[in-house]
Design a binder for this molecule. Structure first.
Ligand code: ADP
Ligand code: MG
Length: 256
């Protein structure tokens, strides 16, 4: 992990970008998201932590509308999330998502994985999309792998391709749902380093992770969830050294 601290947000940033207001969601009887209020500002990095089953993945998935909500509203850049069609495809481009499993297209090359969305959804020419993809692949350190297939790459390399693929859509916000938890230990750092550099470059990020080093280095705010609720939120420094709720104290006692 780099020792660089995150600098102040660049000028012109800081207005609300993602706003969840009174969000409720049920899976049958299970009240999985309970009155969620969360505002993520442009350029902000929010780390979401909490026990397994607390609703962290569901929260992420509502923001790019992989899940619908029962009540409440979610806006991106002041606009309610679209319901369907082209607008929904655009939303999925504007909200980049990186999952625990890399989800690359197995039968496409690394370069094709990154250019597909920009060509199909963003309407870029093949030449433009490829130029941009090669730049992004260089940036995440896998430029020399562009013509290989996903299975020929390590897990850490595949996850960096997944990040490049999301970035190629020029997202307004990036969601990461436990992006390193399926990786062998020696590959975790290379993925976290890419995420830290994105954060330092001013990308708005919502990151579900138990990597406390990342939270301390890159997060502006830690949101702690338990049983479908946001129980506590604070700066990483305050949250880790002085958690307020019993739930957070108990959780930190188990993972630190
Ligand atoms: P986390 O990511 O914090 O581990 P999740 O958001 O994945 O939590 O899950 C929250 C709760 O919702 C869990 O109890 C889980 O079993 C349940 N859940 C998640 N997805 C579904 C689904 N599609 N249908 C029914 N229950 C679900
Ligand atoms: Mg999860």
């Amino acid at each position: 992990m780099t020792t660089l601290e995150k600098g102040p947000a660049p000028a012109g940033q800081g207005e609300p970008l993602v706003v969840l207001s009174g969000v409720q969601k049920w899976f049958g009887q299970l009240h999985v998201l309970q009155d969620i209020e969360l505002t993520v500002h442009r350029g902000e990095v929010v780390v979401v932590i909490g026990p397994s089953g607390s609703g962290k993945s569901t929260l992420c998935r509502t923001i790019n509308r992989l899940e619908t909500v029962g009540e409440g509203t979610i806006t991106l850049d002041g606009q309610p999330l679209p319901q369907e069609g082209k607008a929904l495809a655009n939303l999925r481009a504007e909200v980049g998502m990186v999952f625990q499993s890399f989800n690359l297209f197995a039968h496409k090359t690394i370069l094709e994985n990154v250019t597909l969305g920009p060509i199909k959804v963003r309407g870029q020419s093949k030449a433009d999309a490829e130029r941009k993809a090669r730049e992004l692949l260089d940036r995440v350190g896998v430029g020399h792998q562009a013509d290989k297939y996903p299975a020929q790459l390590s897990g850490g390399q595949q996850q960096r391709v997944a990040i490049a693929r999301a970035l190629a859509m020029e997202p307004k916000v990036m969601l990461f749902d436990e992006p390193t938890s399926a990786l062998d230990p020696e590959m975790i750092k290379e993925v976290l380093d890419v995420m830290v550099s994105l954060a330092q470059g001013g990308m708005t990020m919502i990151v579900v992770t138990h990597e406390m080093g990342f939270a301390r280095t890159a997060a502006d705010r830690v949101v702690f969830m338990a049983d479908g609720q946001i129980v506590e939120e604070n700066t990483p420094e305050e949250f880790f050294t002085n958690p307020q709720s019993d739930r957070a104290k108990d959780f930190l006692g188990k993972i630190l």
